[in-house]
Design a binder for this molecule. Sequence first.
Ligand code: XMP
Ligand code: MG
Length: 183
Amino acid sequence: MDFQHVEADLAKTLITEEELHAKLQELARQIETDYEGKDLLLVGVLRGAVMVMADLARALNRHIEMDWMAVSSYGSGTVSSGVVRILKDLDSDLSGRNVLIVEDIIDSGLTLSWLRGNLESRGAASVEICTMLRKPDALKVEVDVKYCGFDIPNEFVIGYGLDYAEQYRNLRGIGVLAPHVYE
Ligand code: XMP
Ligand code: MG
């Protein structure tokens, strides 16, 4: 593997670092307005949401708390089954809390629709979703997403937290992997 030239593995950049940060500022202003006078607990879904969480949290000019969950959806390969297992649970008690789930991407929507139900059942006052990316053509279940950065085509994307075989999470923008990487 060529450890130096990460960018050479990209077929194209879909969203630049600047576009991501501008969008997060926009979303942060909406969130500040919507949660005015209320507590706010950001729940990041490991590992993909690490970058979105770090940047969204710093874009918000207000008090917040952050907690993390790791989930894995059973299923073959890259196809999500909707059966979700909790690998790492929250440390926070959710009763009466206003929870905002922070995600990198919604593909089929199965993971998020399960996760929302799970968090609601713990007595949260509200549970909403903020995702950087959404693939409208891949959706299998309706998910009510309050804050969405970008709708993207149904292609496998990497960067800004998203990986291919655990690589590329540290790319600053979001792009499509060049076929020579996986062929
Ligand atoms: P759902 O349940 O919405 O699953 O199908 C969403 C999860 O699937 C992963 N995923 C991706 N990861 N590039 C990635 O690196 C992609 O294009 C992609 N599409 C889905 C991701 O872990 C997400 O949380
Ligand atoms: Mg994820």
